[in-house]
Design a protein around this ligand. Structure first.
Ligand code: GLU
Length: 230
């Protein structure tokens, strides 16, 4: 079912378009930058744009669509069609750690190789490095993040998906809409939380320890507890 989204406040909106009549593809969203107006308005990669500012996009080229967007200075009204299942890839990749295996190893070797000895907060126990791409296609390097996997959208035929809805590993319910995958598990974005404090991990790094998701702080606590044999 089409939805109307309203982005407020003027550009940059924080998304990137793809497709267009010149490519014989519907105009759709290829990327949404976390924390931007597009992200706050719940625009997702894979969303098909049916109209921009009330103007149908059916025969627009990509450039024409971008021109219409540029003419929307304060407010951007998008009519979108969302595929039933959208695979949303987190910004940061998980750091998986099998503690049982790790503890059987020589500690010096372990620390050197995996850098998992708990450290004071402020100096992260787990460090990942990252590169992201901004809306102008520029490469932006940031500390403590890691290369972004481009969101992949898998439009499903309307009937086939009903038998194949992924089940949320936390709440056990079928997932319609955005899906988050952590390792082999699937979750609703709202169920993608730290098992200790419940903090949403969608736009943050997450730590997968013995099948549980943690925020950075509680991952460090979990490792420290394991190291103390608790
Ligand atoms: N990238 C633009 C922005 O975030 C909108 C989409 C486009 O022009 O491709 O403001």
């Amino acid at each position: 079912m089409p939805q109307n989204l309203v982005l407020e406040g003027g550009p940059p909106w924080g998304f990137r378009l793809t497709g267009g009549a010149d490519h014989s593809q519907p105009i759709s969203i290829s990327r949404v930058t976390p924390g931007t107006k597009a992200s706050l308005a719940n625009l997702y990669p894979g969303d098909v744009i049916l109209a921009i500012g009330g103007v149908a996009t059916e025969v627009m080229t990509l450039e024409e669509a971008q021109q219409v967007i540029t003419s929307c200075t304060d407010q951007l009204c998008l009519k979108i069609q969302r595929p039933l299942t959208t695979l949303w890839s987190p910004q940061m990749e998980p750091f998986s750690l099998n503690l049982q295996t790790a503890q059987q190893q020589d500690l010096g070797h372990f620390e050197h190789k995996f850098n998992v000895r708990p450290r004071p907060f402020g100096a992260p126990a787990y460090v990942v490095t990252t590169e992201t791409i901004d809306d102008n296609n520029n490469s932006v390097s940031r500390p403590a993040t890691r290369s972004v996997v481009a969101p992949v959208t898998k439009p499903q035929p309307p009937v086939a998906h009903l038998q194949k809805l992924p089940l949320c590993d936390l709440c056990g319910k079928g997932i319609i809409g955005a899906v988050v995958r952590a390792g082999e598990k699937w979750r609703h974005p709202g169920c993608f939380r730290c098992v200790v404090c419940g903090q949403e991990l969608k736009h943050q790094g997450y730590y997968l320890i013995e099948g549980q998701l943690y925020c950075q702080q509680h991952a460090a606590d979990a490792v420290a507890m394991q190291a103390r044999g608790e």
